[in-house]
Ligand binder design. Structure first.
Ligand code: CTP
Ligand code: CA
Length: 224
């Protein structure tokens, strides 16, 4: 009770955060990626560190910057790299927040040499990447596990499905229906759903404020 009100409510807590996109190589010069900026995850990392947490930030390729003595940044490229980095630290974590936009598919084979355009009618065979968040859900012990969901339709049903499938404590639902919410914006409109399917809706806010809201919910869960 006292710690919730103190200035450093996350003091002594270790938090793993994933952020940004992943890039899945096609050949030495090309990849499959997405428009995630990493901003949401970096804001959560900054805010958590300011609240006293020790943060491991595993980031895919991103222009975001962070310098805080409580944040250890680990840069990765592919979903496979992100998976390995997360598993290296997860056991000792109190909280894991997966905000990365991990590629769902990667090229089944990576060409050693640049693919030439004369190799007409190129088809790229894809295979699924590992689901990092679901794998953490399977290994969950003491950790509070938080996922994100980006949905365009059937949002709440889909988000609830992800809570169950991935064994989450909380999911942050990002609505793409709202202008100013999502990938390449500075604002976000979220709903947080817990594993008992209790909903909390928030207004459109800056990503820094959204980070604060998410961490406030996490802090309450850690102290009950
Ligand atoms: N996630 C992950 N590893 C993956 C795919 C997703 O860790 N290979 C995490 C994301 O970081 C996010 C959550 O899972 O926290 C949900 O991601 P999302 O793309 O919304 O869901 P998917 O399970 O990939 O399903 P779909 O894309 O089909 O909606
Ligand atoms: Ca996905």
């Amino acid at each position: 009770e006292k710690d919730i009100q103190s200035k450093l409510p996350l003091k002594g807590k270790k938090i793993l955060i994933t952020a940004g996109p992943t890039y899945e190589a096609i050949d030495p010069v090309r990849f499959i990626g997405n428009h995630s900026s990493g901003k949401m995850g970096f804001e959560i990392a900054k805010c958590a560190a300011n609240l006293g947490a020790e943060v491991i930030l595993v980031s895919g390729p991103s222009n975001q910057k962070i310098s805080h003595s409580f944040v250890k940044r680990i840069d990765v490229v592919s979903a496979e790299d992100m998976y390995s980095a997360c598993h290296q630290y997860y056991k000792e974590m109190d909280v894991a927040i997966c905000s990365a936009a991990v590629a769902d598919y990667k090229p089944a084979n990576v060409a050693n040499q640049k693919i030439k355009k004369k190799d007409a009618a190129l088809n790229i065979e894809l295979s699924p990447t590992k689901d990092i968040l679901a794998s953490l859900g399977q290994l969950k012990e003491k950790q509070l596990l938080v996922g994100f969901a980006l949905e365009t339709n059937n949002e709440e049903e889909n988000a609830k499905g992800k809570i169950e499938r991935k064994n989450l404590d909380l999911i942050v639902l990002n609505s793409l229906k709202d202008k100013g919410a999502g990938f390449a914006t500075d604002t976000n409109k979220i709903t947080i759903i817990d594993k008992d399917f209790k909903f909390q809706k928030f207004e459109m806010k800056s990503k820094a404020e959204v980070a604060q809201d998410i961490l406030t919910v996490i802090i309450k869960k850690l102290h009950v």
